[in-house]
Design a binder for this molecule. Sequence first.
Ligand SMILES: Cc1ncc(COP(=O)(O)O)c(C=O)c1O
Length: 413
Amino acid sequence: MDSYINSSSFFKNNNPEELAEKYGTPLYVYNEEILRSRMRAVAGVITKYPYTANYSIKANTNIHILKLALEEGLNCDAMSVGEITMLLKSGFPKERIFFVPNNVSDEELSFAIEKEIMTSLDSLSQLERFGRLNPGGRCAVRINPGVGAGHSEKVVTGGKKTKFGIAEEDIDKIFGIAEEYSLKIAGINQHIGSLFMSPEPYLEAVKNILRIAERFEGLEFIDFGGGYGIPYHKLDDEAPYPIDEFREALEPILTDFVERYGYAPLFKSEPGRYCVAEGSVILGRVNAIKQNAGKKYAGCDIGMNVLVRPSMYGSWHDVEVIRNGKVVSRDDLSEITVVGNICESGDILAKERMLPEIKEEDLVCILDTGAYGYSMCSTYNSRPRPAEVMVKKDGSVELIRRRETIEDLMTLF
Ligand SMILES: Cc1ncc(COP(=O)(O)O)c(C=O)c1O
């Protein structure tokens, strides 16, 4: 693909240079249509049985994006009191929120109990804590399925080497605690990890949790977790996650289970990245071009405080170059490393990339930044967090989060 920006008409009738001038850089730019289309795709993964796709809002908690998820019929999962509060604020009723925290305090659990939000406990110790706080209550437990998958060891959340979930061998202890506190285990959930491009590991994990589910009587729901990938190498024509093929392979597995279990509980999934990643780019201004020990660098204002994925996980994000409002063609490429403005040698956005020539004052446009982008931003080096704008269906542009200011940072002292 020569240009994702052009082929998806990402900015619609807006000139990216004008957006950068009006709102400043670095700037998160979202595309409403792309966000809605991905949300719709996950909402339709299971049609034969009762199903809800829970958007995992850790990927992106902007309230305007949560409202899109609400309109597209998604439920949501939350990891913290902050995320629950964002969801309530954006209009989600309590029944559409699933709290899947780990290692939380009495205070945090009590908040969810008081708000009547279904909560999953991810260890025996947390289950006991919940039981003490809410005897006779209903809850879910997170199972560690013993298998994991993901793009980096840091995002594999199932399997023996991770902190998450309750191991299969401890299931009898779940029943013991439930009995002691008269708890109803209404559901079980899992999440094996993040960003796989083939459905196989997830399908295996589904079979596994369905096998485990048979040990639980009267389940109201079973949640298979998220993790569906998106093509981060789209400029090299990487294929998208085969969601139709996945859907077709999933259905007979569910049918098989429903026949054995006697009825179909509500099935759930928890996709985060898939819903939002491709619906955003970051525009950044190139402030310096330099040569160090024979290597060429483009220095821009998108530091690791604005997008941490490349430095944290070694993640790849495609980069397009924009000059005078137009995408520079990729016909003529040469090697360059794109870096940010943070005082860390790991502050690298794109290492030794083949890119069109980059000049000072160009814009770099970092693709696929809607998931774990802004939600992982920091104020490291006392840099205020960027603004976010949304290109709406009708082409109008709305500021959906103002740029943080240095005064904002000072208010905490
Ligand atoms: C419990 C849980 N559910 C869902 C997700 C969403 O994963 P993804 O964004 O890869 O779909 C995560 C991500 O870390 C998670 O920890």
